[in-house]
Design a binder for this molecule. Structure first.
Ligand code: FAD
Length: 276
């Protein structure tokens, strides 16, 4: 386990109660000794302060923290200011994204795609930050074609990304195919697999529709058949996702990034199964 790269993602809490809950979650998850905790960033700057505050708190507790930074809707001046805040807070690792503007948001700002953000971070701050970018084994929903999406990924690496984290998926073959294709293109950065624990059927279907993650038919039908039986959904989800993680690690994935949804139990349960 130690040779792998394990990280855990949070979103910034919106209320003092949420902050308190996240603190307790983080303390529990620290016992798993992840390499770092990452904290998402609302496109258009909606949770910008929350991201910084959460990252500061994680760093103050002696853990590693990586804020996400999304560029859509931002200007060079605004991103420069955020980078300065990150640097001043002691951040040395960033997850760099384009982001998705909330609907109804007007101007798209001075950055169109994440490769432009990576280029900007390198131009402004040199090698100060370790930069992670997003990868899509099942193809980003807005990509013109899978080939175009691969090229877009390659541009982010060429712009200076050190590593990648994937969108979550439940088809291990999509991941292995993606990694193989990038290697054929001469891309050799670590591509860490993003893992979404399965705990809630309705929420999983909604998220997956939005981000283009495919739920295999047999998994979907089985989850649906459990109805409101949350214990069965969680138990079955744990089996499916543990199997996926095992296959990924055995097949050479350099690490796993857990989308914790600010909950300690699902990631801990998976982790305990994996270290056995
Ligand atoms: P890009 O790499 O810029 O790609 C976006 C789309 O544009 C793709 O379809 C790509 O194929 C296409 N494209 C790229 N370049 C070109 C070009 N030159 N011409 C035409 N098409 C092009 N969102 C947030 O708002 N906040 C977060 O904190 C956040 N964290 C995330 C963490 C991870 C690990 C992942 C996988 C996603 C995260 N997201 C987050 C979601 C992400 O912002 C969305 O998936 C967004 O739609 C794409 O971001 P990107 O950085 O992958 O964009």
């Amino acid at each position: 386990m130690e040779k792998h790269n394990f990280s855990i993602e949070f979103f910034p809490p919106k209320t003092p109660e949420g902050a308190e809950k996240l603190r307790a979650t983080r303390i529990k998850l620290s016992e798993l000794q992840p390499k770092y905790f990452s904290v998402t960033f609302g496109a258009g700057g909606t949770t910008q302060q929350g991201t910084l505050d959460t990252v500061r708190e994680i760093l103050a507790a002696g853990e590693q923290a990586a804020p996400h930074l999304s560029c859509v809707g931002g200007s060079r001046a605004s991103i420069r200011a955020v980078l300065a805040d990150f640097k001043a807070a002691g951040v040395s690792r960033i997850v760099a994204l384009r982001g998705d503007l909330p609907s109804g948001y007007g101007a798209s700002g001075e950055f169109r795609y994440a490769n432009e953000l990576v280029e900007f971070i390198r131009a402004e701050t040199g090698d100060h930050f370790h930069i992670e970018v997003a990868a899509y084994p099942e193809v980003h929903p807005q990509a013109r074609s899978p080939q175009d999406d691969l090229q877009a990924f390659a541009r982010k690496v060429q712009a200076g990304a050190d590593a990648a984290i994937t969108q979550y998926f439940y088809n291990a073959d999509a991941y292995f195919q993606f990694v193989e294709q990038t290697q054929k293109m001469g891309i050799n950065v670590p591509i860490v697999a993003g893992i979404m624990p399965i705990t809630n059927y309705t929420q999983l279907m909604r998220f997956s529709d939005m981000c283009g993650a495919e739920i295999p038919r047999w998994v979907r039908l089985k989850l649906a058949s459990f109805g409101d039986d949350s214990a069965s959904i969680k138990a079955f989800g744990l089996d499916v996702v543990t199997g996926l993680c095992e296959r990924l690690l055995e097949g050479g994935a350099p690490g796993l990034h857990f989308y914790s949804m600010n909950q300690a139990a699902p990631t801990t349960a998976l982790w305990q199964r994996l270290v056995k």
